[in-house]
Design a protein around this ligand. Structure first.
Ligand code: HXC
Length: 519
């Protein structure tokens, strides 16, 4: 810059200092761990040259608390600002592990709160790139207060703007609770981990040895705890994944999700394969993701929480260019039964879609709730109710297609007509009844079966009769609990027209402070 005068000298000196504080040693340390720096990450996340940093020169108080002075650095270990992602406005903060391990002190927290407030005020997504040792020990209670302030703003923004957390290194202690409140958590394999208390504390308190990865790595959180929704192999792909996810989301709860023009070949090719997808043998599994991919626009399905509670499949997709949220039972895993984890997974996704005007599609093939002591003792009653509550409470368009099994309580839960389903369709392969044929026959004909010379043959015969007369879609269709039994090959077109009919759906639940979802 060709400028003169002492005012500009200071301006330029500060810029120089800011650049030199990003020293080669610290950067090398990040890179040697397979991690990028805070600013390299922002360069990938945002469209080229679009990120504008603010508050780059604020610094922490240097008061020595007795545990060492806080290292003074411009920006205090976090970059905040705004920019464009695929041409749409977004706000972000990115923690800089090279400054005191990305730990959160008072100034660092104030910066994050400032950008959170801006994102909410402007109605644009808020993305946190987290790489932090947690509360800055030297700053004591001021750090804890900072976290509380961030959590408060996370909660205020919940359901107003999409909030995404990307774990890019440690997220220790207080650093975990902001992500857990946000809508989607991304992690990177091998280089990111989340825990409330680290391996050292676990050793001290419980005398148990555990590695960082086994305690809170991406594998644990995407498969076992369900904390992480998306996992990628490296940071670049993780950040590209965030950009992709945002293409399905509206900027805020007052807008609709962005639409896409369909290229012609995507509207053709309605797959007759759908007619053959459900096997003749009712106990044979199939992959419900094949159904999703055949019904929705090509390559549009963006699965969420792919590795957690795989008996339910959730994700965004496009139908004729318009975004929908899908909740589908997966017959390939646990026969598609609903259990504690799949119920909470489904419920949270339904709540997100409802908050952000994403219409719901439910693909149903569920034999019932998973039986067992473990499930009952751990509260399947309480957790199963979450899914039920989430459907009944949501006001976005909701359409169910029963592909095969729809038995018992699971029939009610999966967006049945009386739970407020707008359109309820069934394929001819649907089995809708209080329970499956074998179970029903065993109860209804217990005495007769005991007295029979050939109970096996008798049971088989009665089960066939039950299937023909009761466990089919036609009884529900004739009673109006199903709007139409449809040809599987025509499902896509049927859905496109049904969502068109629901485009102006407008309804409000009764006025109240808030409902009391069973948590
Ligand atoms: C101050 C911290 C810090 C912290 C790390 N550093 N964490 N400084 N407060 N919380 C500093 C280190 O002193 C070091 O400074 C630099 O960051 C890099 O840290 P290293 O330990 O050298 O890095 P690494 O080996 O990669 O280990 C990273 C780590 C470890 C696993 C995150 O630093 C660690 O265990 N930190 C503490 C994690 C923790 O228990 N946090 C919970 C805080 S309590 P120098 O000067 O040497 O470079 C909390 C409660 C809030 O958060 C509750 C709210 C609900």
């Amino acid at each position: 810059m060709d400028v003169k005068g002492k005012n500009f000298t200071r301006f330029l000196d500060r810029q120089k200092l800011y650049k030199t504080q990003r020293d080669a040693k610290a950067i090398g340390k990040q890179h040697s761990k397979g991690k990028l720096t805070a600013w390299e990450r922002l360069d990938i996340l945002f469209d080229e040259d679009s990120f504008e940093e603010i508050d780059a020169y604020v610094t922490a108080d240097r008061t020595d608390t007795g545990f060492g002075k806080v290292k003074q650095a411009y920006g205090d270990g976090v970059i905040i600002g705004h920019g464009m992602i695929r041409g749409r406005l977004a706000f972000a903060y990115s923690q800089d592990f090279t400054v005191m391990g990305g730990s959160l002190g008072s100034v660092h927290a104030t910066k994050i709160m400032k950008i959170q407030e801006m994102a909410q005020k402007m109605g644009a997504p808020m993305i946190g790139l987290i790489d932090s040792g947690g509360a800055r020990i030297q700053e004591g209670v001021a750090s804890l207060a900072g976290y509380a302030g961030i959590f408060y703003r996370n909660v205020q923004s919940s359901g107003v703007i999409p909030q995404i957390s990307v774990i890019m290194g440690p997220a220790a202690g207080g650093a975990v609770y902001s992500p857990s409140i946000t809508d989607f958590v991304f992690m990177t394999n091998q280089t990111s981990y989340m825990f409330v208390t680290g391996p050292n504390v676990v050793k001290e308190v419980l005398n148990e040895d555990v590695s960082l990865n086994d305690l809170g790595g991406a594998g644990i959180h995407s498969k076992k705890s369900g904390v992480a929704h998306m996992v990628f192999e490296d940071e670049e792909n993780t950040l590209m994944g965030v950009r992709h996810l945002l293409s399905y989301l509206p900027a805020n709860n007052m807008e609709n999700p962005p639409e896409m023009e369909l290229s012609e070949d995507e509207t053709k090719d309605i797959e007759e394969k759908l007619r053959d997808i459900v096997p003749d043998d009712a106990n044979k599994p199939y992959d419900v993701k094949d159904v999703i991919n055949l019904i929705t626009d090509k390559r549009s399905f963006y699965e969420i929480s792919e590795n957690y509670a795989q008996n339910v499949v959730i994700g965004f997709a496009r139908l004729d260019g318009k975004v929908i949220g899908i909740i589908a039972n997966q017959p390939k895993v646990l026969a598609g039964t609903l259990d504690i984890n799949s119920s909470t997974k489904g419920a949270r996704f339904i709540r997100f879609c409802d908050a952000f005007n994403v219409p719901l599609l439910i693909l149903e093939d569920v034999p019932g709730f998973l039986p067992g002591i473990d499930q009952e003792h751990n509260g399947i009653i309480r957790h199963g109710a979450k899914m039920l509550y989430a459907f009944a409470d949501s006001t976005v368009p909701r359409i169910t297609v029963i592909l095969r099994k729809s038995y018992g309580g699971a029939y009610c839960v999966m967006n049945s007509k009386n739970l407020g389903g707008d359109f309820n369709f069934a394929w001819p392969t649907a089995e809708i009844a209080v329970m499956g044929p074998e179970g029903a026959v065993a109860i209804l004909y217990r005495k007769e079966l005991e007295a029979s010379d050939d109970p096996v043959a008798m049971k088989k015969e009665l089960a066939t009769k039950y299937r023909k007369e009761i466990a089919n879609p036609y009884v529900a269709d004739e009673r109006g609990f199903i709007d139409e039994v449809i040809d599987p090959a025509g499902t896509r077109l049927k859905l496109i027209r049904a969502y068109e009919a629901l485009e102006n759906k407008f309804m409000n639940n009764p006025a109240r402070k808030h409902g009391n979802i069973p948590l």
